[in-house]
Design a protein around this ligand. Structure first.
Ligand code: ATP
Ligand code: MG
Length: 224
């Protein structure tokens, strides 16, 4: 039961099962694991993340996340599960009409936390992502790297059990990338957050032990 994620003969497909992307994958991920996922473009990395947050159901096999069988989970249960997940997208997905602070605490607003808690948490996180002065600004007034750091702060704001990140440092310079890797390392180390990151380049300066999965020819393989 210590596995946060357990895939057994997991098959993921589009077009009503006709187009198989991942076939018969078996892997398990424990609390506090840090996993990098690499693989060629179109191999199914984003598809795998989609399945982990319940946006794509397994077409065969089993996928259990936090004790929930994702093939048969109810809408309500899935919503509850997602409140324990921090999701980081390559294209940020910030709300452009909201200022940076409000974007960061969106998960806390959804969960009904007080304004006071929201403000404290926004300040703390913006400091972590080195954007202390940006709280009142709007996403479109920030650079790509700054917007992505806001996205990372938002994903961490509700102390998630699992972080799922899809190319979080895709187009960023070394400075923004390092801020993001540092934050994820800290979350993993200090809070035992389980982290899964799709990336095309595993950072060279990385101080935690990590696992490396490669997706290729519909398979998910662990490299040692
Ligand atoms: N909604 C969809 N319907 C049908 N096919 C899809 C859908 N989304 C993705 N695909 C296909 O599934 C395959 C895997 O896509 P996916 O986005 O998971 O790849 P990826 O490994 O994340 O690639 P990249 O590195 O380019 O982001 C691709 O062939 C893609 O065209
Ligand atoms: Mg992708």
């Amino acid at each position: 039961m210590s596995n946060v994620i357990q895939a057994s003969n997991l098959t993921l497909a589009y077009d009503k099962g006709r187009k198989e992307i991942i076939k018969d994958a078996n892997f398990s991920i424990k609390k506090g694991d840090f996993v990098f996922i690499t693989g060629p473009s179109g191999s199914g990395k984003s598809t795998l993340l989609k399945s982990l947050y319940g946006q794509l159901k397994p077409s065969k096999g089993n996928l259990v996340v936090g004790g929930n069988d994702l093939a048969h989970i109810s809408r309500g249960k899935l919503q509850e599960l997602r409140t324990h997940m921090g999701i980081i997208f390559q294209d940020y997905k910030l709300v452009n009409e909201w200022n940076v602070s409000k974007n960061v605490v969106l998960p806390l607003m959804i969960r009904g936390y007080s304004n006071e808690i929201q403000e404290t948490q926004a300040r703390r996180l913006l400091k972590h992502v080195k954007l202390s002065d940006a709280g009142e600004r709007y996403p479109l007034e920030l650079s790509g790297g700054e917007q992505q750091r806001v996205g990372v702060a938002r994903a961490l704001s509700s102390n998630p059990v699992v972080i799922l990140a899809d190319e979080p440092t895709g187009n960023l310079d070394d400075y923004s990338s390092n801020v993001i890797w540092d934050l994820m390392e800290n979350a993993c180390q200090q809070l035992e957050t389980t982290v899964l990151v799709v990336t095309h380049k595993i950072p060279t300066i990385f101080s935690l032990p990590y696992r490396h999965f490669i997706i290729e020819s519909k398979g998910v393989y662990e490299v040692h």
